[in-house]
Design a protein around this ligand. Structure first.
Ligand code: C2E
Ligand code: CA
Ligand code: CA
Length: 822
């Protein structure tokens, strides 16, 4: 808001400043133009004035040159016109200089008038030369009077009587007349010299001559005066002498006046006019013009001043704007610092603290709403992050299904326990628990029940243990238990308790489920002093327990060899398979009705040069884990059919049964392989029987069912193996496309001693028959068992009583013996 107002103010002042400058510029530009015009006019005026003056002077020299008179008059007129135009000038009006112009005008008018007078003067000689006027007015009458008088006197004296009577007097008059005429002629030359300016330098000499002549004339007249006074003159002559004296004196008076004029500057009146009336006017005009020009220059200076003033005020405004802008920026920076940077760095620090310490951070509140929002958002985020972090931490350290600690947390706890026990010198126990046949539970009753079962198992373990004990789920059906500060004896006690707690069946979804477990124990420090080793040893002990069929086992260095062996076998199986180091043994299947051999079951063998006979279940397990199971099964099928071909070629019609892993069942390529193998060895499909365990049969993903159906459609014989160990009901199995049911050997072997098992065998046979299935009893070790089975209606028997699994050459030897003994 403040920023907007300031920006607006800045804009307005910038606009006004700009307007000011523009106006001033316009004004000064106008002034400048007007002034320039005025100056030009003034200059022109001066030129005309000068022209007029020069023309006047030239005219004065020679009035005959009429054109100079006109030129002078024209130029004067022009000056007046120019002055007239000044009156209309804006600047003159604006600056109120009209009075100056009027003065100028009146001076020019005077100049005009005086010039006119001058011209007139110059054109009239008498007016031009005042001395001539004096000659005319004063000297001519006295001259005439003198001349008349003396002429009269002389003519009177020329009378002979008179002349005889007074010749001296006559002489005197003649003398006077002579002096007079001489004086006059000198005067004429003098005048000519002056007016004509023929010889100015001779003027004083001429003046002197005239004065001398006059003095002489005066003395001659004085002589005559004396004669008059002596009465020697006639009356007429007496008057003449007086006349002569008076007129000559008057004339001389005139001469004195002429001399004065000639020696003054007024001997020419035009010069006088020029000097006294025109030149001062021109000087005044010039001075006035100078004043006017000065005023114009002053105005220019004023303009410059005005421009610089405007510029200065403009720059002041600009400075003001810049300064307020600066203040504004500083204010903004300060407020940004206060409202944004500080809170942001606070939030940043808090975030860092948060990130490093994972503890919720207190944030001070701030003034700015946006910052407050940010902080609130941060708090919310922080809370959410904390919640999520806790959830994530829990997720990362706990098993999602059972919510028990997972492997990571278990390792952590073991590490802590290791530290504590190393300090206190006490023992602790680590157990690994694996549920037996749990896979079957999953396969038969479904994963979701399997999952619930795992949760319940975890709960039961947890219930019988202390808070300080850790129950962790390692994955699948594997659990681990950490018992701090526990020795061997109490560890075994707890292991037994754990087994016991599973005795009671679990009820899940109305299903009664029995769970058995194998426990491996490893003791610190006896069996290892780091978490991994202890866990590995507990694991080995657990496998040992499973292998031995014991509920639990304590780790023993001896059993470790088992795991080393398994590792070696895993590494060697691929090459063993490729190099035909694996072999097949064949166990006969006997038709109980006529005791004839109807076929064989192919059983896998691996006589390892170092470890001896490797159990087929181990080979299969390794193959399943290492992805070799398809190759392995194909190898078995190929070799069995090859063997059958050989036997068939020898005239022995034997069916061959091959064991199929659950993995094979899910493999769509198996059907094609079997089909092409049968074709390759030119057998009907009925030659091959596939034995699939009950649990494998029950793991019924779409693929398995589909493949079973396709195998059945090929015309193969499909058998359910190890029947009785899983959880399937016969009514369920009947939906599968199977032909044969093999009762698991544990029931058959135990059948003679346990009535329960006998009942199971009997009812199974009956039910299977009802469902149209052929029944095979495996594990027939005695004649007694075989007899019983025959009575029960069992179709086929297989077991040591009839024959051990044998290599093909051994089997052929046995066959020959049988044939020869028959
Ligand atoms: P199985 O399919 O139940 O095979 C019968 C097992 O019972 C064989 O053990 C055989 O030696 C044993 N047996 C036969 N008659 C008697 C008897 O009278 N008494 C007793 N106690 N046992 C008898 P074997 O050869 O050790 O095979 C174990 C299991 O390994 C087989 O059980 C089968 O599930 C699996 N197996 C063997 N060969 C293969 C194979 O090529 N592929 C697959 N996937 N599994 C195989
Ligand atoms: Ca079998
Ligand atoms: Ca079996």
């Amino acid at each position: 808001m403040f920023a907007a107002v300031l920006a607006l103010l800045m804009l307005i002042s910038a606009y006004i400043g700009n307007q000011n400058v523009r106006e001033t510029r316009q004004k000064t530009t106008l002034n400048l133009e007007t002034r320039n015009a005025l100056l030009e006019q003034t200059r022109l005026l001066r030129v005309h004035l000068l022209e007029a003056y020069i023309s006047l002077n030239v005219f004065l020299l020679d009035p005959e040159l009429k054109k100079y008179q006109l030129k002078a008059e024209n130029n004067i007129k022009r000056t007046i016109d120019i002055t007239d135009s000044f009156k209309q000038n804006i600047w003159v009006k604006l600056k109120k200089e009209s009075r100056l112009i009027y003065t100028l005008e009146s001076l020019l008018t005077t100049f005009k008038q005086e010039s006119a007078a001058l011209i007139l003067t110059r054109l009239d000689v008498n007016t031009q030369y005042p001395s001539l006027a004096v000659g005319d007015d004063l000297m001519r009458p006295s001259r005439k009077r003198f001349q008349n008088a003396i002429a009269l006197a002389i003519s009177e004296l020329q009378d002979i009587q008179m002349l005889k009577k007074s010749p001296a007097i006559y002489q005197e008059f003649i003398e006077a007349r002579h002096l007079w005429s001489q004086m006059l002629s000198h005067f004429r030359i003098y005048l000519a010299n002056r007016v004509g300016t023929f010889n100015e330098l001779s003027l004083p000499i001429q003046e002197q001559s005239i004065e001398i002549l006059y003095t002489e004339l005066k003395s001659a007249l004085q002589d005559l005066e004396e004669l008059r006074q002596q009465g020697r003159l006639t009356f007429e002559l007496e008057n003449t002498v007086v006349d002569l004296q008076q007129s000559s004196a008057l004339w001389y008076e005139g001469f004195v006046e002429v001399k004065r004029i000639h020696n003054s500057g007024e001997w020419r009146i035009d010069s006088k006019i020029m000097k006294e009336r025109i030149t001062p006017v021109i000087e005044q005009i010039s001075a006035l013009l100078t004043l006017f020009e000065n005023k114009l220059s002053l105005a220019a200076a004023e303009d410059i001043h005005l421009t610089s003033e405007t510029a200065r005020s403009q720059s002041h405004i600009l400075w003001l704007i810049a300064f307020s802008g600066l203040l504004f920026i500083i204010a903004i920076l300060i407020s940004i610092e206060m409202l944004v940077f500080k809170p942001v760095s606070m939030v940043t620090r808090a975030l860092k603290r948060e990130a490093l310490t994972s503890e919720p951070t207190e944030l001070p509140s701030v003034q700015s709403q946006e910052m407050q929002d940010l902080i609130t958002a941060f708090r919310e985020m922080s809370t959410q992050v904390h919640t999520r972090q806790c959830a994530l931490e829990h997720q990362a350290t706990h098993d999602s299904l059972t919510s028990l600690p997972n492997r990571i947390l278990l390792y952590d706890r073991i590490d802590q326990e290791l530290h504590r026990s190393k300090d206190s010198g006490k023992n602790f126990c680590l157990m690994v628990i694996d549920l037996d046949h749990f896979k079957d539970v999953n396969d038969t009753v479904g994963h979701h029940i399997g999952d619930s079962l795992l949760i319940e198992v975890g709960k039961r373990f947890r219930e019988i243990l202390h808070e300080t004990d850790t129950v962790a789920r390692l994955g699948g059906d594997e659990f681990a238990i950490l018992l701090p500060e526990t020795n061997d004896d109490s560890s075994i006690e707890i292991a037994e308790k754990l087994i016991q707690t599973l005795d009671q069946a679990f009820i899940i979804d109305d299903l009664q489920l029995h769970v058995y477990a194998s426990i491996g124990l490893a003791m610190f420090p006896e069996h290892g002093d780091d978490a991994q080793l202890l866990l590995q040893h507990a694991d080995i002990a657990m496998y040992e327990a499973k292998r031995e069929g014991h509920p639990f086992a304590i780790y023993d260095v001896g059993i470790d060899e088992f795991s080393i062996r398994r590792l070696a076998l895993t590494n060697e199986l691929p090459s063993a398979l490729a190099n035909n180091e694996l072999m097949l043994k064949y166990q006969p299947k006997i038709n109980l009705q006529n005791n004839s051999i109807i076929g064989v079951e192919a059983l896998l063998r691996w006589e390892h040069p170092e470890f001896g006979d490797v159990p087929p279940l181990t080979i299969v397990d390794i193959a399943e884990r290492t992805g070799l199971i398809r190759s392995l099964t194909e190898w078995v099928i190929d070799n069995s059919l090859k063997q059958c071909r050989l036997w068939a070629d020898q005239g022995l019609d034997l069916q061959v049964a091959v064991n199929i892993s659950v993995h094979n069942l899910k493999d769509g390529l198996l059907v094609n392989f079997i089909k092409s193998s049968i074709e390759q060895y030119q057998f009907p499909a009925s030659i091959l029987s596939l034995e699939i365990t009950e649990s494998a049969m029950m793991s019924n993903p779409m693929h398995a069912i589909e493949n079973l159906t396709r195998l059945d459609e090929l015309g193969l014989n499909l058998a359910i193996d190890d029947y009785g160990t899983g959880f399937s009901s016969l009514s369920y199995l009947k939906q599968l496309p199977v032909d044969e049911l093999k009762i698991d050997k544990t029931f058959v072997i135990d059948m003679l001693d346990h009535h329960d098992d006998e009942m199971i065998v009997r009812s199974t046979i009956e039910l299977a028959h009802n469902l149209g299935l052929r029944v095979v009893a495996e594990g027939v070790e005695t004649a007694e068992a075989s007899l019983k089975l025959k009575k029960m209606g069992c179709d086929i028997a297989q077991g040591y009583y009839y024959g051990m699994p044998l290599y093909h050459y051994e089997f052929e030897k046995l066959l020959k013996q049988l044939i020869s003994s028959a």
